[in-house]
Design a protein around this ligand. Structure first.
Ligand SMILES: [Mn+2]
Length: 435
């Protein structure tokens, strides 16, 4: 028996025409750029199928962001499916909780090779080179609130050849996601499919390798909770012998046109304002480099204790007109790989009065006195090694070069490590009431 393969693109949660909530005070051009990003991302997913000559294309729900979808989104969606159809690539579309069948849409024709699943599990044949090689089963939400376990309805659907299931659902009661069409991984496995093309959870993830069960995540991140690369899977399914599910190779391909990123910067141990400015600049350039040419929306959270707290707390310093945020964003929009600071959150605290704390008769005071006694004894590196030995840490270090590294530490190095350790410990001890 000759091995059969099929290829397809699996995407979900396009949320076309999402309004961008996060950033305030965006320029009109930036606002327009963001508004277009969900469209661009879907176009990129369609390009992926066209460029690689996929056998078909799957959208697992939440094409639109709202039940009453915008005309712009509807027209665009049909246009893109039309590009696929024109190239002979069939598309299979399921509706999710954000775009149930009950939502309003213009009464228009889908392009010829598009199939949209109905409100009951429905099956369509999969063809390759004019030969039926399997079937695809799917379900569209009739209304937004589907609380029934729909996965169970796929039982007994399996036919000859490849079997693919398309469903928008919450597997395993994932927190932070509405519990629509709740089901378990075992429910999905029990249906004897080769591939479960899921939608709903906006972070990509493979739940099971065989049968392959996966969320591709949303195609475009739309707020700070949707960070990092967003895209679609390009899947190759290989038929397997002996009744096993087909073997899937799913390559995650980024499709997004702008990326969200959150960074934290601790101001502890910054001696001068200059250190702060340099650190912020380094974070921005790192974000640009990691973006690989794609623009980035960056949220920066400032943390830690130190003198810089006074600087960033100056009225208007961070967010006033002509403040740091404005200044850093100026001119960014003119470059294709812009890094736009959408928010700076100040969680810094003033430097600690270590002498004052050390004189207190409480846990923190005792801790600091202990540290001071250790310091006074001198020979810090030997002291450190003795403590590590006592705790059994030294014996557990497998790499001799780590031991060499410890041996090569100067007294100054160990002093600095001690400072950091004390700060970290104090932050923990003083958590809550210490600021
Ligand atoms: Mn969604």
């Amino acid at each position: 028996m000759t091995e059969k393969t099929i290829t397809f693109v699996h995407c979900a949660d396009l949320h076309l025409d999402s309004p961008f909530s996060g950033p305030g005070g965006l320029s009109p051009s930036m606002g327009a750029f963001l508004r277009k990003s969900t469209f661009r991302a879907f176009e990129n997913a369609v390009d992926l199928a066209l460029e690689r000559g996929a056998d078909f294309f799957i959208v697992s729900g939440d094409v639109y962001d709202g039940e009453d979808r915008s005309i712009r989104a509807q027209v665009f969606f049909l246009e893109q499916l039309g590009r696929l159809s024109g190239a002979g690539i069939p598309s299979f579309v399921a509706c999710g909780n954000h775009d149930p069948l009950s939502g309003w849409e213009a009464d228009r024709d889908f392009p010829p090779l598009v199939r949209r699943f109905g409100p009951e599990v429905e099956s369509f044949p999969l063809e390759k080179d004019g030969v039926i090689v399997g079937q695809i089963h799917g379900y569209s939400y009739p209304v937004r609130d589907v609380t029934e376990n729909i996965a169970l309805r796929f039982a007994g659907r399996k036919g000859e050849g490849f079997n693919i299931a398309v469903l928008h659902c919450n597997v395993g009661g994932r927190k932070g996601h509405e519990n629509y069409a709740p089901c378990s991984l075992d429910d999905l496995r029990a249906a004897s499919m080769d591939y479960w093309a899921l939608g709903h959870v906006h972070a990509a993830g493979v739940l099971c390798p065989r049968p392959f069960i996966a969320y591709p995540g949303c195609t475009q991140g739309r707020n700070i909770r949707e960070q990092g690369k967003k895209g679609a899977y390009f899947v190759t399914l290989r038929s397997a012998e002996g009744g096993l599910p087909a073997e899937a190779n799913a390559e995650f391909v980024p499709c997004d046109s702008i990326r969200w990123r959150a960074e934290e910067l601790s101001v502890s141990f910054m001696e001068r304002d200059e250190d702060f400015f340099q650190a912020v600049s380094a974070i921005r350039e790192k974000a640009r480099k990691d973006g690989g040419g794609l623009p980035v929306l960056l949220r920066l959270t400032l943390s830690g204790r130190g003198g810089v707290h006074g600087l960033v707390g100056r009225p208007g310093f961070l967010k006033g007109p002509g403040g740091l945020l404005d200044t850093l964003n100026e001119g960014e929009e003119d470059r294709p790989d812009f890094v736009f600071l959408e928010e700076i959150v100040d969680e810094t605290a003033p430097a600690l009065d270590l002498d004052g704390l050390a004189s207190g008769s409480h846990l923190v005071g005792d801790f600091l006195k202990e540290v001071a006694a250790f310091r006074e004894k001198g020979r810090l590196r030997e002291g450190l090694e003795a403590i590590m030995k006592e705790m059994g840490v030294l014996d557990k270090i497998p790499a001799p070069e780590v031991l060499d590294l410890i041996a090569s530490l100067t007294e100054e190095d160990v002093g600095r490590l001690l400072d950091r350790g004390v700060y970290a410990a104090l932050s923990g001890l003083l958590e809550g009431g210490g600021r």
